[in-house]
Write a protein that binds this ligand. Structure first.
Ligand code: SME
Length: 174
């Protein structure tokens, strides 16, 4: 069985990226791979209180600016908000701008959605494959300033390995 190393604030991201590819080898199912990926991240980085996916789904309100919303997917942590419209909160803003957002202090981010009052900093990475956005991967920490530029680079590499291994044909991308 695969053993996850102890959680640390300076993880070896190149090793973790290799682990993503090896854990997901031979399996392309989105929910399976997303569940495994959330568990790997949650148990490899210290000081996290939530790590998980919001995946694109057709918008609940038709005729708006965006054709999709974000719907809660596999995650580790406490019960979270289920549906987030594009452009709302850190996750929805990441989806609408299609680039990573690193938030040192969530209380200073206009429109931040507080699913867990313990969260103080956050990083959200878009899931993009072949030019389409399929959702975001969100990580929360109770520590202010938890995520550095090095974390961003390392986590983006892990997400890229997840995207490569996973088949998104079952959901509609934006
Ligand atoms: N804080 C996020 C909402 C998702 S939860 O943190 C799990 C946001 O502002 O979009």
């Amino acid at each position: 069985m695969f053993e996850t190393a102890a959680a640390t604030d300076r993880p070896d991201y190149s090793l973790l990226t290799q682990q993503v590819s090896s854990i997901l080898t031979g399996e392309t199912a989105l929910m399976t791979n997303a569940a495994q990926f959330s568990a790997l991240v949650y148990h490899s980085l210290s000081d996290l209180n939530w790590a998980g996916f919001y995946l694109c789904t057709p918008a609940a309100k038709a005729g708006g600016e965006f054709s999709h919303d974000l719907l809660l997917g596999p995650f580790q942590g406490k019960v979270a908000c289920v549906r987030i419209p594009f452009g709302r909160g850190v996750c929805g803003t990441t989806a609408s701008q299609r680039s990573t957002i690193l938030v040192p202090d969530v209380h200073a981010f206009p429109g931040h959605i507080a699913c867990d009052s313990a969260s103080n900093s956050e990083i959200v990475i878009p899931l993009i494959k072949d030019g389409k956005l399929y959702g975001v991967f969100d990580i929360d920490s109770p520590k202010l300033n938890r995520f550095t530029a090095e974390d961003q680079q390392g986590l983006e590499a892990m997400v890229a390995a997840f995207m490569q291994a996973t088949d998104f044909s079952q959901i509609s991308g934006a």
